[in-house]
Design a protein around this ligand. Structure first.
Ligand code: AMP
Length: 419
């Protein structure tokens, strides 16, 4: 028997209500902050991701779904949403629009990770990006948007972690300081970190191995190596956060897993878990790196499954999806076409109806309608239809009455009717 691939899941109807609820809140936030929706393809050129996320990052080296199509083109399933969005920004000449261009996306993302709670091979993200302006106020707008989105979903007990990892000018000096610090103790690091020292030294700081974490405590901090511009930018970000009353904690070991970040980086976590609900930061060089003009930008992405995990764990209810309150059953095969016709008429009046189907007896159909939660059942009989009436049965009181076919909606509860 086939099963969904490991680390993926079907989104069953009872899960859809969570997705819809989160999508409603995220699109409301997008509207309130002026972000417009964009959708990009599920797969892109492999090079787009390797050049932006970084050839040596864990995502590119270990986690990407890469394949050749029948024309021998090397493609990859999207592991994240920012690089495709920047590709689209360049491709569609959005640089000529008033800047910043504010965009948001809702997309599935694919990473070959070891599946565990909150970590899947296919997951979903909402992402928000403000492209085309270096103003620190935009960093804070994005952080505030993320914070308000979580709050609107009933998620409290949040921690905001903040760091600055510098820019083209000051990062190389910092990376060198980091390498110098780790160099004499390389043999005491885990094998992954020994490779990171060569390939991706910033990631030495967020290794989860206890021995490596111990070393990271004393490691040089990027905040001590910032250039004048980055120091000024970061000071402004903190000042605006304080003005908004958004509490933050500086975390000198926060580096994020993607190479394109510059200056501000942040993550929002639950106080009760070390998994990030969402994170983001500035990526001021990415668009230029992908062939566009120098264009500063800042963004944020949140995992949807992690939000759902929280809502379920804390018993936070989400609005149920509306179901038809009216079912139509029929008396004998001859009335079946009439039942179909009546269902169609009611739907054109925006009344949602479920049609009994299959070969059940009238009693069987009524029982079935009850089990589907119908509040009313319309019983269609051939002779009654000819005289222009149907029988309306109230499923809770079991009362039945004959009602004119054209006036059915009047006898239903307001919830069943067009709204
Ligand atoms: P990242 O691009 O790694 O910062 O991811 C952004 C957000 O997506 C994270 O904060 C998580 O909420 C979510 N996320 C990332 N990877 C996974 C995964 N493998 N499974 C579920 N959610 C994920």
């Amino acid at each position: 028997m086939y099963q969904a691939p490991r680390g993926t899941s079907d989104i069953l109807p009872q899960q859809q209500v969570y997705f819809k609820h989160i999508a409603d809140k995220a699109s409301l936030a997008a509207y309130l902050y002026g972000y417009e929706r964009i959708d990009t393809p599920v797969f892109e050129d492999f090079g787009l991701f390797s050049h932006s996320i970084g050839e040596e990052t864990e995502i590119v080296v270990k986690e990407m779904y890469v394949f050749k199509d029948k024309g021998d083109k090397v493609l990859a399933l999207r592991p994240e949403g920012t690089a495709p969005l920047c590709r689209a920004y360049i491709e569609h000449g959005m640089g000529s629009l008033p800047q910043p261009v504010r965009l948001y996306y809702f997309a599935s993302a694919f990473r070959y990770e070891r599946p565990q709670a909150g970590r899947y091979r296919q997951h979903h993200q909402f992402g928000f990006e403000a492209i085309g302006d270096a103003d620190p106020a935009l960093d804070v707008e994005i952080i505030d948007l993320a914070w308000q989105l979580y709050t609107s979903l009933g998620i409290d007990q949040l921690s905001l972690y903040l760091n600055s990892i510098g820019c083209k000018a000051c990062r190389p000096g910092y990376v060198q300081a980091l390498k110098d610090y780790y160099s004499p103790q390389l043999s005491q690091l885990c094998p992954d970190c020994q490779a990171r020292w060569q390939r991706n030294p910033l990631r030495l700081l967020d290794c989860k191995q206890p021995a490596c974490q111990e070393k990271a405590v004393q490691a040089p901090q990027s905040l001590d190596h910032l250039c004048v511009y980055c120091r000024g930018h970061f000071a402004e970000v903190k000042r605006h956060l304080e003005a908004l009353g958004l509490p933050y904690t500086l975390n000198p070991r926060l580096v994020r897993g993607l190479d394109y970040y510059t200056n501000t980086v942040f993550e929002i976590q639950l106080r009760t878990s070390s998994l990030a609900l969402g994170g983001g930061g500035r990526y001021d060089n990415l668009i230029e790196q992908l062939g566009g003009k120098p264009t500063p930008a800042v963004g944020f992405a949140t995992g949807v499954e992690r939000i759902i995990g929280y809502l379920k764990e804390h018993g936070i209810p989400v609005p149920p999806s509306p179901r038809p309150e009216v079912a139509i059953v029929y008396l004998g095969e001859a009335a079946k076409s009439d039942a179909l016709k009546l269902a169609s008429e009611l739907r054109s009046e925006k009344v949602a109806v479920l049609l009994a189907a299959g070969g059940r007896s009238l009693k069987g159909q009524l029982r079935h309608a009850g089990s589907l939660g119908a509040r009313y059942v319309l019983i269609v009989a051939e002779d009654e239809m000819r005289s222009g009436t149907v029988t309306l049965r109230d499923m809770s009181s079991h009362e039945q009455k004959s009602v004119p076919r054209g006036e059915i909606a009047r006898f239903l509860s307001p919830k069943s009717q067009p709204g």
